[in-house]
Design a protein around this ligand. Sequence first.
Ligand SMILES: CC(=O)SCCNC(=O)CCNC(=O)[C@H](O)C(C)(C)COP(=O)(O)OP(=O)(O)OC[C@H]1O[C@@H](n2cnc3c(N)ncnc32)[C@H](O)[C@@H]1OP(=O)(O)O
Ligand SMILES: N[C@@H](CCO)C(=O)O
Length: 496
Amino acid sequence: MIRGSPGSVTTQYYYHSSPLVLEGGETLPSLTIAYETYGKLNRDKNNAILICHALSGDAHVAGFHENDKKPGWWDSMVGPGKAFDTDRYYVICSNVIGGCQGSTGPSSINPVTDKAYGATFPVITIRDMVQAQKLLVDHLGIKQLYAVAGGSMGGMQALQWTVSFPDLMKKAIVIAATGSSTPQQIAFNEVGRKAITSDPEWNNGNYYHSKTDEAQGPVKGLALARMVGHITYLSDESMISKFGRSLQEKDRIGFDFSTDFAVESYLHHQGDTFTHRFDANSYLYITKAIDYFDLTDDGSLAKGLAGIHASFLVISVSSDWLYPPYQSQEIVSALTANDRKVRYSEIHSKFGHDGFLLESGQINYLISQFLSRTVVGDVMIRDFPTIEEGATTAVTARRLVNKEVNHLPVLSRSDRLVGIVTSWDIANAVAKNFLWLDEIMSKNVITTAPDEPIESAAKKMEEHSISALPVVDADQHLIGLITSDAISMLIGRGTG
Ligand SMILES: CC(=O)SCCNC(=O)CCNC(=O)[C@H](O)C(C)(C)COP(=O)(O)OP(=O)(O)OC[C@H]1O[C@@H](n2cnc3c(N)ncnc32)[C@H](O)[C@@H]1OP(=O)(O)O
Ligand SMILES: N[C@@H](CCO)C(=O)O
């Protein structure tokens, strides 16, 4: 498999001039959404995949901006031949509202006051982030996404998409996430927020004075928040293997409060670099959105996910103690309780929560398997002629001719599949002078189900020398038809 980079890419901006009413009741008068796209939208506009980013991510998921040395944050996953294969899919990633990387957030100018929102920015939720992404998807003219995907807070958005817009995607990929934030997650977020708001430079969120490249505002508080956060993204094992008890530029411990250990220096570095790329107010707003995330209904996640239609891939990371595997398993149980199709994998990794960014080998494999597996339901025809049980051969023949088809599924009064008749059966009826459909139709119909992989349906047709398979649900209700011609065309053009 050729694995490449999507190459150079530029961020685009969608300006939505109408108001967006938020879950908390307030309204954003207008909004800008920063986004990037990779690959080509196909003619049917059915190959789009929306990737949602985590807490500190942005729209730049892959490829290179001009003069950049480092690619986007999930470049290992997005590109030609990778899981999010840009030769097949049209990948979209946008910065969340509330963020600080181009989409409207607390550092944006409030059009009403002409000043930065600061802490007057309305509190937003994961649901609001998704509503804003939906505006972008509409703007791009996409009626249905092939998939939504994300890790951590990105996984929450992917899950929220399937709840807010159950029919707008076929597949959902949720990695290292949860169905509702736990007290431990809220607790760590609150420590981070307290670090920021306790910094006198926070000044009630009002610190956007000068236009300068220097980090401004509560940089000490923000760095501290990131240091705490960053510890939760690692694991005991990865910290031991990364640093052990190594000293930082010292031969022996100092018996003072200067930096002794490499891990301390590393955290200082992570905290410091963060203040150059992230806004403290956005940190407050985004962590709040994470805290409020709760898809349970009356305490039950199964109830909360009852309306979902997408098929799911849920992935957890074995050493993730911030979003531990049991929380992914709760999502899986809730989906299973609702008879949803779901695949689950716990990847083995020492990287902790950030494993979703670092374990590109395992995650590429799981996602490409999940995305490229086309099932009968993806390609079946839903609108086709049928014939009712008890018809005459003459009526049946006329319907075959008028509708220009070679197969007619035969339905009982309660719309259950009871047989299938073909043009060959009509020839047989004429030859043998049969007058009733019942005498010529095949009663032991070979069928398929919407979740059967396309390859296995094709094999069935070949084995039985038949050219069409009715698609039925668990109650034998006819819901579709798949023909060998459709499969040949599909193989000819790929799933895109
Ligand atoms: C969707 C999203 O989540 S997008 C956001 C993802 N990006 C981030 O979170 C940005 C912060 N970075 C990270 O979290 C991590 O770098 C990851 C998860 C992206 C990648 O992890 P790794 O490749 O293992 O990088 P690692 O954690 O070792 O960090 C490397 C950095 O630490 C620095 N570092 C390593 N050891 C030390 C030390 N002892 N003292 C000071 N700095 C150190 C390196 O110089 C390097 O700095 P640089 O990033 O400025 O070049
Ligand atoms: N490193 C990731 C982890 C949060 O889930 C981030 O900063 O977004």
